[in-house]
Design a binder for this molecule. Structure first.
Ligand SMILES: Cc1ncc(COP(=O)(O)O)c(C=O)c1O
Length: 446
């Protein structure tokens, strides 16, 4: 189908694949293509489809907006107020702080909005992020995201962005192993901020950092989980210097790591939290910024600080309303995700032990995990997995959809729906096993 002439620009991720999947059906954790092949989607549309592909969400949401199909952007609605209140509650209750909500449409746009909120509250100018961080690929957010490749078209605007050492202990920037770690990353940052040579500090006016912006679990950066001491040090230090703490929970929010917010694993108090993906279960564009008061209140953020035509689009808001209620009504969610984490952890352990020439290590947190490979063959393995059982389907699956990013080519990641049918974890193991075996065979001598 995609080989035929069509008028879509081949600009995006779809055409990164030589022959992209052309999907006609989705249900639970399974995608079916137009030729009838089934794929176990263990990456849940880049972690968006946390509640699985589920058309009952759509039916329920459409019913709510039958009488208000769209809304002019200068009008308020009970629906939007209600969704804002529900999201605010999810953060106010956990942080113990009251905050305001603002909507946007995608992850990158919400990050831009968050930076606007930062700018309206500070006269400092620099931003601190992690190496390996990913905050979007709009012209503006690509300045914060790690890879220079993202800026290759728009150009490097030289925003004052400081990149701190990659927070991945299994690939320590200081060649240490967690067992003998002396937190060299912290010593590095201490030095960076104690002398003018680091470029953020001046003896006269202290540290010039407007915000520390980070993912509590780096998604595109290879599912890297920052060391607790390192992250807590950075939050405490930059806050003490007057910087705002901006947590990018676009991927990790809403129980992806077990807890509702990944920052909870660290006991961190954020100033601003950005979310997207899971709030509509990947079904409609909507993102959201929460900022503790008074960051998005007047006089810092008066009416007219921001504008978008579709910020109160009723279908996205209705879907968010339905999805948030489902999360809220899933009383045992933390326990259930812990069970999934345990099962996935066993799969990872067995496969790491079985394929030492291919896989170095792996781990799982909540419903997110990774295999750290012995080389930069994440792309090849992901591609192999896609058709691994085409001729001999396993549990009716013809392939496995994994994720991998050029930011971390030596990693493959998985992030299934949180409510995946647990028998499919066994299917995942079988397909993964077949994939590693096939890769090893193809690459004997690696
Ligand atoms: C942590 C994080 N931040 C930002 C983004 C960008 O979101 P979007 O693709 O909706 O612009 C992503 C997308 O994968 C992400 O994982």
């Amino acid at each position: 189908m995609t080989d035929k002439k069509h008028f879509l620009s081949r600009y995006d991720f779809v055409y990164k694949l030589n022959s992209p999947l052309v999907i006609s059906k989705s249900q639970g954790a399974v995608l079916t293509d137009i030729d009838g092949f089934n794929y176990l989607d263990i990456e849940a549309a880049n972690g968006s489809v946390s509640l699985g592909y589920d058309n009952s969400i759509l039916d329920e949401s459409i019913a709510k907006v039958r009488d208000i199909t769209s809304l002019p952007c200068f009008c308020e609605s009970p629906l939007r107020i209600g969704v804002g209140d529900k999201i605010a509650q999810a953060l106010n209750s956990i942080t113990g702080t009251e905050g305001r909500i603002a909507f946007e449409l995608g992850g990158a746009q919400a990050m831009e909005l968050a930076v606007k909120a930062v700018r309206s509250n500070t006269n400092k100018s620099q931003y601190v992020v992690f190496e390996g961080g990913y905050h979007g690929r709009s012209a503006f957010t690509s300045q914060f995201s790690a890879s220079q490749r993202y800026r290759s078209i728009v150009g490097d605007w030289r925003l004052p962005v400081i990149r701190l050492p990659y927070p991945d202990c299994d690939q320590c920037r200081f060649s240490q192993h967690p067992a003998n770690c002396q937190t060299e990353c912290i010593s590095y940052v201490k030095q960076l901020n104690a002398f003018e040579f680091g470029g953020t500090y001046s003896q006269k006016s202290g540290t010039d950092v407007a915000a520390f912006i980070f993912e509590p679990l780096l998604n595109a950066g290879g599912m890297a989980l920052p060391d607790k001491r390192y992250l807590n040090y950075l939050v405490d230090f930059y806050r003490s210097q007057g910087a705002l703490i901006v947590v990018d929970e676009i991927f990790s929010g809403w129980h992806r790591t077990g807890k509702m917010w990944a920052f909870q694993h660290y006991g961190i108090q954020p100033d601003i939290v950005v979310m997207s993906k899971a709030i509509t279960n990947g079904m409609a564009p909507l993102s959201c910024v929460w900022a503790r008061d008074p960051i998005m209140l007047e006089p810092h953020f008066p009416p007219g600080s921001h504008s978008l035509t579709f910020g109160n689009n009723t279908l996205s808001l209705s879907i968010a309303d339905t999805v948030i209620d489902r999360f809220t009504n899933w009383a045992a969610i933390e326990g259930d995700v812990a069970i999934l984490e345990g099962l996935l952890g066993l799969v990872v352990k067995r496969l790491v032990d079985k394929y030492p020439a291919v896989v170095k290590s792996g781990y799982v947190i909540g419903a997110a995990g990774r295999f750290l490979l012995q080389g930069t063959y994440g792309g090849k393995i992901t591609e192999l997995a896609r058709t691994i059982a085409r001729d001999h389907p396993v549990d009716d699956m013809h392939g496995l959809i994994l994720a991998n990013s050029s930011l971390a080519p030596n990693v493959i990641v998985f992030k299934p729906p949180l409510n995946i049918d647990l028998s499919l974890v066994g299917t995942f193991e079988k397909l993964m096993d077949m994939t590693f075996a096939a890769f090893e065979k193809l690459n004997t001598g690696i």
